[in-house]
Design a protein around this ligand. Sequence first.
Ligand SMILES: Cc1cc2nc3c(=O)[nH]c(=O)nc-3n(C[C@H](O)[C@H](O)[C@H](O)COP(=O)(O)OP(=O)(O)OC[C@H]3O[C@@H](n4cnc5c(N)ncnc54)[C@H](O)[C@@H]3O)c2cc1C
Length: 352
Amino acid sequence: MNVDYLIVGCGLAGISFAEVLFQNNKSFVVINDNSQNSTKIAGGLYNPVVLKRFTEAWQATRQVKLMYDFYRKVEEKLDCKLFNEDVPVIRKFFSIEEQNNWFIAADKKNLSNFLSTTIISKPYQFINSEFGFGKVNHSGFVDTALLQNEYSKFLMENNLLINETFDYSKLQLEENGCNYKQIRAKKVVFAEGFGMNKNPFFNYLPLDGTKGELLVIKAPKLEIDAIINASVFILPLGNDLFKVGATYNWSDKTDLPTFEGKSELITKLKELISCDFEVVDHLAGIRPTVNDRRPLLGRHPKFSNLFVLNGLGTRGVMLGPDMAYQLYDFIENDTELEREININRYVSRYVS
Ligand SMILES: Cc1cc2nc3c(=O)[nH]c(=O)nc-3n(C[C@H](O)[C@H](O)[C@H](O)COP(=O)(O)OP(=O)(O)OC[C@H]3O[C@@H](n4cnc5c(N)ncnc54)[C@H](O)[C@@H]3O)c2cc1C
C-alpha cells in the first residue's frame, strides 16, 4: 500500500489530522490500538474561558472559529450528532465578589463575546446556587466517544484503519519516505496521546500526563439543561444520566479508576446537588499534558519524514482541529510553527 501519510493514533489528534488530509485530498492510513483512552472517556467540553480566573483560554477566539466548521463537516460526513452547542457551560457563582469579577471580565474586549452578562438565578430545584450562574457563550460539548467510534467505523469501511499496536522497530526510514510492514508512506505523523512515551523517536519530549477520573451517574430528579461548572462539572447526557468530573492527579500514571478518585467526585457532587443519585460507571484516563501547557507539534530533529501531533492536554476538543491545520500547513506549505507549539523548543533534550 502506497500512501502520503501514515498516522499512528486515532484519538482527537489523529482524527483531526486525518480529517485535514481528507479535506486536502491526501492519501493515508491510520494505525490504532486501545492502549490509551483519553478521547474515549473525556467530558468533551469546549469552553473558551478559564473559569477559575475569568480569562480567555490560550488562543481560544481562533480555535472556536475553526472548531465549529470542523466538527460540522465531520458530523455531516459521519451522519451523526457530535457537536452539542445547545448545552452551554454555566459557571456557578460562590459569592457576590465572583459575580462582580465576572462582570469586570465581561467588559474586556477579548471576553465580551464569551461571557453573558445576564445572571441566571436559581433555575434548578436540586442545585444549591444562592448567587446564580453566568453563562459562557460559544461553549458546549462534543461527544468524543461517539466521534472516535464513528470515525473509526468510517475509516474501517474505507480500509483506512488498521487495529494493531504500532511496532516502532519495524519502521524503516529512507530519504524519501518510510516503510512499515506492507505500507510505504511519504510521511509518518505520531498522535499517540500519552502513549508517546513509548515512542523511541519522540519520547525525549516532556509529556508528563495528568490522570483524570469521571463518574457517570443516574439522577432521575436532576433536571438540568446546561453543563454546570462548579467544583466539579455535571454534564447532562439524556435518559437521566450525567457525567461528573473530573479529577486531576499528577503522580499516578495508570488509567485505572481508583477509590480515592471516586470519593473525591462523590464528596464534591454531594456539596453541589441535593437529590439522590446512583453511580453507574467510573472512568479514568491520562490527559496528554506538557510541562509548559502547550501542544507538541513538529518535525523530528533528525528524521525529516517523522512528525508529532500531541500535547492536547485538557483541551483536546478545541485544540485538535487548530493544531492539525497548523501541522498540515507546516508540512505541506512550509509555514512556520509558532515557537510556543513547535517541538524545537525542546531540541536541547534530544540526544541522537
Ligand atoms: C478524565 C478526562 C476528562 C477530559 N475532559 C475533557 C474535556 O471536557 N474537554 C476537552 O477538550 N478535553 C478533555 N480531556 C482531554 C482530551 O481527552 C485529550 O486532550 C484528547 O483526547 C487527547 O487526544 P489524543 O488523540 O492526543 O490522545 P488519545 O485520546 O489518548 O488517543 C491516542 C490514540 O493513540 C493510540 N496509540 C497510542 N500508542 C499507540 C501505538 N503504539 N500503536 C497504535 N496506537 C497507539 C491510543 O490507543 C489512542 O487510541 C479529558 C481527558 C480526561 C482523561
